[in-house]
Structures are given as structure tokens and as C-alpha cells.
Design a protein around this ligand. Sequence first.
Ligand SMILES: Cc1cc2nc3c(=O)[nH]c(=O)nc-3n(C[C@H](O)[C@H](O)[C@H](O)COP(=O)(O)OP(=O)(O)OC[C@H]3O[C@@H](n4cnc5c(N)ncnc54)[C@H](O)[C@@H]3O)c2cc1C
Length: 460
Amino acid sequence: MSDITHSLAEIVGEEYVSDREEEAYFYARDPGLMPAHKPDYVVVPETPEQVQEVVRLANREKIPIVPMGAGMALTGLIIPLKGGIVMDMKRMNRILEVNEKARYVIVEGGTSQGHLKAYLEKNYPRLRHSIPDSPATATIAANVMIHGQGRLTQQYGFNSDMVSGLEVVLASGDICKIGSCSISEDWFSKGAPMPDLSGLFLGWFGATGIITKLALKLYPRKKMRDVEIFITDRDDLIPDMVYELTHTEMVEDINIFSQPKPMIFKDNHHMTIFITGDTDEELEFKRKTVWRVLEPFIKSKDGGFMGVSPAMKPTLLEMPQRSVSRFADVTKGGGFEYSGPIILVEKYAECARKVTELAEKYDLGYSGMARIIGRGHCMMYGFAFTFNRADPDMMERTRKALHEVSKFALEVGGIFWKPTVNEQRMAIEKMDPNTRNLMGMIKENMDPNGIMNPGNWEVN
Ligand SMILES: Cc1cc2nc3c(=O)[nH]c(=O)nc-3n(C[C@H](O)[C@H](O)[C@H](O)COP(=O)(O)OP(=O)(O)OC[C@H]3O[C@@H](n4cnc5c(N)ncnc54)[C@H](O)[C@@H]3O)c2cc1C
């Protein structure tokens, strides 16, 4: 054992440290397209104190440290670009407290989406959280760290807007509480009415601190949930349709997808509209409201509802949705990656046309998918391309297509979601210089030795 491995073993136990080649192989990559880079050590802590000790050691020895959830962000954010320690958070998966009346939960920094979903269904059937469509192993901390979106994002904003408190280990090894929990026993606010310090961490990809605990707001789980599908070939009318639907304030979630396969989907845009209710009457009222606001588009022959058969419903209503990974044929060695800029809904048609254009140019399978955020304030438009991992040429074509997406997104006023390091550089370059300086000051002060997920948000 090297000295560092030995020191790490003293902190977390020998079983939970590795510097072996075969572990490094796996922790060098994620399922996306970014090139692999091996860590020197992998460590799996169990407590905030162990995280603290490991960070102190890393800071003292100036060793990079990369916190990792499930590694499913797909854009290489957990690849240890400069080697060092990958800290796998999976053992910190406890649900610590639920405040039912105030509707929030406190979880550890490695708790998975699937664990929380199952726990709430069993113990608090009237509560739910905003579940993303990522695999159930994806962690809650990582999802808010990258400003993820889930089933409740149309109503309440980014999943990170639903955070109501953080406990973070700083680069110095100090543990810091953020929000009401810094003063009170209660974790109901991440900032307001005080200065909101959560912005020093959320969106930074672990480059300013490691989340060891977080509180997440929960929302009412209605007894019933249903879905309607509206189809149109008028991509230019989608923003108007979304405007009308979000005006009702009665819809749980709106996703719009377009893809050429299976053939039945070709050339159309499918708007999946989710509604919920506690009684048949409530659900029926919401359904009729949705029909009413979209009726003018039916009358003008610009769209219509598709009958959703009872056989289709369970697939459409499942959370997380697995259709995305199915379309990539992952089980047969396929893969997919998407670039998902956050952008105005009024840019829908430009995005939908771009994904088709790029798929044709680079001869790739594709899907375009918009998720409406916060009652139409903006959307995530996912440009997803499929590839065969055994075909290097196809992988290269996918990289090129995604690079074009990045350039396009900036040109039409979008900003990158969970950006690759290349996209981070592009964003930094376009950023207002004073904002850039401010980010640089924050990073320099919070991580003077540059050990926290280095390579990410390197402004200076
Ligand atoms: C099929 C599929 C569907 C998806 N659908 C969605 C979707 O609907 N909505 C959505 O939001 N995303 C989606 N994603 C993207 C992604 O999987 C999720 O956002 C997921 O929540 C990422 O979690 P993770 O644990 O895999 O993150 P990781 O990739 O492990 O980490 C992401 C970032 O967070 C940092 N990090 C991890 N843990 C901590 C911590 N404790 N403290 C500080 N930093 C930390 C990492 O260093 C990294 O920078 C999807 C992905 C796939 C493959």
C-alpha cells in the first residue's frame, strides 16, 4: 500500500479504498462520450466525518478529489481529469428525517432517487419528490448539483430550486450548514430570508464543496395520475400551445418529443401532458380544461389528441421513464448522449429543426425532447443522438453533432445544462467579464489549492 492509500484506509477502512487497476478502469469513465481518465485512488466514505478527513488529507497533500454519485450525468463530470481521488458517495444513502407537515426530507449526500421514491411510497404515500428520468441509482445530491429536472419541474422549477438546506464539506475540510439549518433545527429554507449561500455550491459540480446532507422539498402525491397526448406537425405553434396549457396551472408536467422511429412518430411532435387528481371529478375537470385550451388548434386542423390505449398507459406513466434508454438500445451495446441546453420555449421550432438537420448531416439516430420548466419560463431541449459503442466513426460523428449543438445553443440564446468541460469553456468565454471575475474570486477563495473536481469551472 502507498502512504496515501494507507492514510485513506485509516479513515474509511481498508475495504473501502482502492488503488487497483481494475477499479480505476471503471472509475475512469462515465457512460457518455468524454475520454476516460484514471483516478489514483477510489474511496467510499460512510459518514460526513470521514468525508471531512479525506478532504483534509487531499488538501494537505494537494490531491484532486472528485465526488461521484451514480456517474450518470453523461457529460464526464465525474471523470477525474487530473487523477487523484474519486469519492464514491454510495454508502451515504440514509434518509435521516421527514417532516411530513412541512413537506421536506433530509437525506445523506449519496442517497439515490430510487431509494427515496420507494421510501416515500411505503412510509409517506401522500408525499412525493420531483423524480428525474435518470436511472434510479442516480443520486439526489448530484441531481441538484447539476440543476436537474424532474416530474414536478413544470410546476416548481429546477430540482435544485426545491432544495431547502445543505450540509457541505468545504475544501478546508470544515463542515458548513447552509440555510435555515445553520441557525435552527429546521431545514425549511436554503437561504431566504438571509443571503442565499446555496449558490456557492449548486451548479458547481463539486468544485466548491461536497454535499454530505441535503433537505429536499416534498409535494402532495395525488391519488390519480393520467396522461394525454396531443400531436401536431406545426412545430411553430408549440410555444402557443405550451402557453395555453401552462396558463391553466392544472398540469403536472409537459414533455414534447419528436423522433423518426418508430415510423408512427415520424414528422410529428408529441406533447405528453400529465395531470393528477384526488378524485375522478378533479381529474376529469383538469382533462376537460386541457381539451378546452387546445381545442382552437384542433379546429384549425393543426393538431389533435391521440387515443392512449390502456396498454400504453403504464409505460407512459412510469417514473422514471425508461423509454430514453430503450431507444438507445443500451442492452445491445448501444449508447446515447444528449446535450440539453436551457432555452426559451419560443425557440422550440429552431431546436427541433436543428436536431433533425444534424442527425441527417451525421447519419445518426436521434430524438428531440423538450421538458417545460416553471410554467413555461424556459425549457430544457434535449438533442439526443444514439451510437454504437463498437463503431468509433459513429462515436466521432456523435461528438461532432453535439459540438454543433453547443455552438447553436449559444447562438440562439441558450445556456448549457450539465456542460462538458468544453462547453464550460465556451460558456466562460461568452460570459460577461465581471461575472467571470466574480466566479473566479469565489473559486479561488473556496478552493485555494484547486483540489475540488479540478478542470470544472476553471475560470482563471
Ligand atoms: C436515461 C437517462 C435519463 C436521464 N433523465 C434525466 C432527467 O429526466 N432529469 C435530469 O435531471 N437528469 C436526467 N439524466 C441525467 C443524470 O442522470 C441525472 O441528472 C442524475 O441525477 C445525475 O446523478 P448522478 O448521481 O448520476 O450524478 P454524477 O454523474 O455522479 O454527478 C454529477 C455531478 O455532481 C457532482 N456530485 C455528485 N455527488 C456530489 C456530492 N455529494 N457533493 C457535491 N458534488 C457531487 C459530481 O462531481 C458531478 O460533477 C438522465 C440520464 C440518463 C442516463
